[in-house]
Design a protein around this ligand. Structure first.
Ligand code: HEC
Length: 165
């Protein structure tokens, strides 16, 4: 897997890399897989703050156990911030209330959440997707932050190498 880029699957974006260090090595890391390619353009966020807050509460109470706190999923269960636009609305309700994916481990929550709760959850997820996408679209800032820390750490490593050898 060394040097691999990880196959892209929506909501299951595998971007991990295995780094092997060698004393005196001077290889350079190839650029990281651009994560913002993975998040589809979410619908516009038109809901009120009150509705989004209500959605956050229901989501974190009933969905986060599988889909992750604050909708950040680190496991094989889909990260709902990556939900394609086309799934919102009818499709979303069919999954959550109708149980259309129950054979794949996503049961119907019709006896747990109301149709209004499901609207609130969607408003919350759209907001989370918008925020994540916006933060991913700052490659310049991210690159600067990384190089700042590299510049900070490089002299320390050189010093450490010198005093331990
Ligand atoms: C017990 C674990 C579990 C809980 C709790 C859960 N889900 Fe899921 N959910 C899953 C799994 C597993 C899948 C993936 C099914 C598949 O492979 O198609 C999924 C898929 C979905 C999808 C489709 C994702 C896609 O990419 O197509 C939506 C939407 C969804 N869940 C919404 C919710 C909502 C909203 C809640 C809370 C009311 C919730 N889920 C709670 C396990 C869970």
């Amino acid at each position: 897997m060394a040097g691999g880029q990880g196959a892209y699957v929506p909501g299951r974006d595998l971007t991990g890399r295995l780094l092997v260090f060698k004393l005196g090595g001077d290889a350079r890391l190839p650029p990281a897989h651009p994560q913002n390619l993975g998040i589809p353009d979410p619908p516009p966020s038109t809901a009120s703050k009150v509705q989004i807050a209500a959605g956050s509460q229901v989501f974190n109470q009933h969905c986060a156990v599988c889909h992750g706190q604050a909708a950040v999923s680190g496991s094989a269960i889909p990260d709902l911030r990556y939900l394609p636009k086309s799934v919102y609305g009818t499709g979303f309700k069919a999954i959550v209330l109708g149980g259309t994916l129950s054979s794949q481990g996503m049961a119907s929550f019709a006896n747990v959440v109301t149709p209004k709760d499901v609207d609130d959850i969607q408003a919350y997820l759209i907001k989370r997707a918008q925020k994540t996408r916006a933060s991913m679209q700052q490659p310049g800032l991210w690159a600067e932050t990384k190089s700042f820390f590299c510049r900070l750490i490089a002299p320390l490593l050189t010093w450490y190498n010198a005093v331990t050898h």
